[in-house]
Write a protein that binds this ligand. Structure first.
Ligand SMILES: [Zn+2]
Length: 165
């Protein structure tokens, strides 16, 4: 067992070893503080490893960027889906609005409407040849308007009014 000196031995190609040797002994090498091949090799290897490790870090960053990009795309798609859902809900709400009123009963010239917004019952009757809402005490309220929008009511009313006239 070799004793632990903090160093290990590795083979280096002869031509490379010669180049290192001459560099270390050159003015340039001495200026940089190299005193032996070993020091230079250790330094060069450290630098190379740092470079490679840094490179792998860069690649990791690239991967993270790519993932963020994909996440953003997913978020965009999610937003689109949510918008679409919201649009559908709005459409449904709109169609619900038209069913805010329910005809509970229609008898001759008397209509009972359920007002789902106000949660009240509107009693609309034909008085003096026109529809009159007992709830609003007027002949031009939303309830009267709603009754006019119903084809069968309108038809019935038209007949009734024609008879009255
Ligand atoms: Zn009314």
């Amino acid at each position: 067992m070799p004793k632990n000196t903090g160093w290990t031995t590795t083979s280096v190609p002869t031509d490379l070893a010669e180049r290192i040797e001459s560099f270390v002994n050159s003015k340039e090498g001495k200026k940089l503080g190299y005193t032996s091949k070993t020091g230079f090799i250790a330094d060069a290897l450290r630098e190379k490893l740092d470079e490679l490790t840094g490179e792998s870090k860069k690649q990791q960053t690239k991967l993270e960027d790519k993932m963020n990009e994909m996440n953003n795309e997913i978020i965009t798609i999610q937003k689109m889906l949510i918008e679409k859902l919201e649009n559908n809900i709005t459409k449904k709400t709109k169609s619900f609005k038209s069913s805010h009123f329910q005809v509970i009963s229609k008898e001759n010239d008397h209509f009972i409407l359920k007002d789902n917004i106000k949660n009240k019952i509107a009693d609309v009757a034909i008085q003096k040849g026109e529809l009159f809402c007992q709830l609003c005490e007027e002949n031009n309220c939303v309830h009267v308007g709603f009754l006019f929008s119903l084809p069968d009511v309108y038809e019935k009313l038209e007949k009734k009014l024609t008879k009255t006239v």
